[in-house]
Design a protein around this ligand. Structure first.
Ligand SMILES: Cc1cc2nc3c(=O)[nH]c(=O)nc-3n(C[C@H](O)[C@H](O)[C@H](O)COP(=O)(O)OP(=O)(O)OC[C@H]3O[C@@H](n4cnc5c(N)ncnc54)[C@H](O)[C@@H]3O)c2cc1C
Length: 349
């Protein structure tokens, strides 16, 4: 049985920042994530894309933000159960909780913070008979590392921002990029559509519309696709087929734990982001309240307030006085100490 103060379900940016805020309050965290790596959407969906709205960081790749959050939390020695999905939540007589994963790992904590984002991601897959056979053998639903496609023949299908953006990015990396969309019009941003048209004229993207990929070929791995274009069936060589039709988020097992659910998200009290089950909080993309914005910075704020409330449950009656890190410094659980600069301390005292 893994024991901790705050058990966090979801190691996305919200869950990772919770480790830091909890650490300042001397509370220890353990995180469970169904994905094999931390970072949530940032590492699974767009690690190489820049984010421009993290306060104080004008421009940071989503993958680098994940690394920074891990670095920031490291001193508080979080535990991780990765590659396992939290399946059940059982309330104990003393008010604490046991959370068990699909692989049977049991975790015990007085506080549970659900930071499960949109839940587990299920890509919308095209209806092609043998597509499952080629998954990880040339068919990819997410692009984690564009370098995988260097000097390869890539067919992308879809009409939204992801399909347009990745076609533009891969045009400089892959040996050939073919963008297939079933309509002549795209749903994505106008400047991306214009950029794709520009790259088409330069011969850097093959644009095939209105068209659809209808069959996949290859013996050991993907070697080609059939593109149905008007009355033609075009057999096209391809090392990779990347259908980007969006993701359908599923709350998964968390949806059966007795929370009040609205629009596939958990309703919370904005005082401290507690759910209708006392001692269980929901923070980040997974929660809903009037005015909710699914943004990373909102998740950070929610995690901070949540930790203060959790502190009161774990330490009943104990008063916590908010301290600036610039004044108090930071004592890591690993024995490290980040000193408060003397000049700042003297100026404030
Ligand atoms: C393409 C794209 C671009 C974006 N750009 C920006 C941007 O520029 N700025 C911005 O602020 N936001 C942006 N976002 C949104 C941002 O990524 C999310 O707001 C953020 O990731 C939410 O963080 P989170 O930690 O709450 O959830 P997530 O990042 O979704 O992480 C949740 C984690 O919980 C795990 N999980 C769920 N259920 C379980 C379970 N039962 N057991 C175990 N693990 C579970 C999931 O596997 C996942 O890893 C973007 C999103 C996308 C898709």
């Amino acid at each position: 049985m893994i024991k901790t103060d705050i058990l966090i379900i979801g190691a996305g940016p919200t869950g990772l920042f919770t480790v830091f805020e909890a650490g300042l309050l001397k509370l220890k965290c353990h995180l469970i994530d169904a994905l094999p790596q931390p970072g949530g959407q940032c590492s699974e969906l767009y690690p190489k894309k820049p984010i421009y709205d993290i306060p104080g960081l004008p421009d940071i790749l989503a993958g680098d933000l994940t690394q920074n959050l891990l670095e920031q939390g490291k001193q508080f020695e979080p535990g991780f159960t990765l590659g396992e999905r939290a399946e059940t939540l059982e309330k104990q007589e003393d008010g604490s909780f046991i959370v068990t994963t699909n692989k049977g790992t049991r975790h015990h904590a007085p506080i549970v913070a659900i930071a499960g984002g949109l839940g587990s991601f299920e890509p919308r897959k095209p209806l092609i008979d043998n597509i499952a056979y080629y998954e990880d053998l040339g068919v990819d639903y997410f692009i984690k590392d564009p370098e995988v496609y260097r000097n390869k023949k890539v067919v992308i299908s879809g009409g939204g921002d992801s399909a347009l953006d990745w076609s533009i990015i891969l045009a400089d990396i892959a040996s050939e990029v073919t963008l297939v969309h079933r309509r002549n019009e795209f749903r994505g941003a106008l400047d991306s559509v214009e950029k794709v048209q520009e790259l088409k004229l330069l011969g850097k993207i093959n644009l095939v519309t209105p068209a659809e990929v209808t069959a996949l070929h290859g013996t050991k791995r993907l070697e080609g696709v059939t593109i149905a274009h008007e009355d033609e069936q075009i057999l096209h060589e391809a090392d990779h087929f990347i259908p980007l039709f969006g993701l359908s988020p599923k709350l998964g097992p968390i949806g059966d734990w007795g929370f009040e659910i609205e629009k596939n998200a958990i309703k919370v009290d904005t005082f401290d982001y507690q759910t209708n089950i006392p001692g269980v909080y929901a923070i980040g993309d997974v929660n809903i309240y009037p005015g909710k914005l699914k943004l990373i910075l909102c998740g950070f704020h929610e995690a901070t307030l949540m930790c203060q409330s959790a502190y009161q449950i774990i330490n009943p009656g104990k008063r916590y006085v908010l301290k600036y890190t610039t004044v108090s410094g930071i004592d890591g659980f690993d024995g490290t100490r980040k000193e408060a600069p003397k000049a700042v301390v003297q100026a404030i005292l």
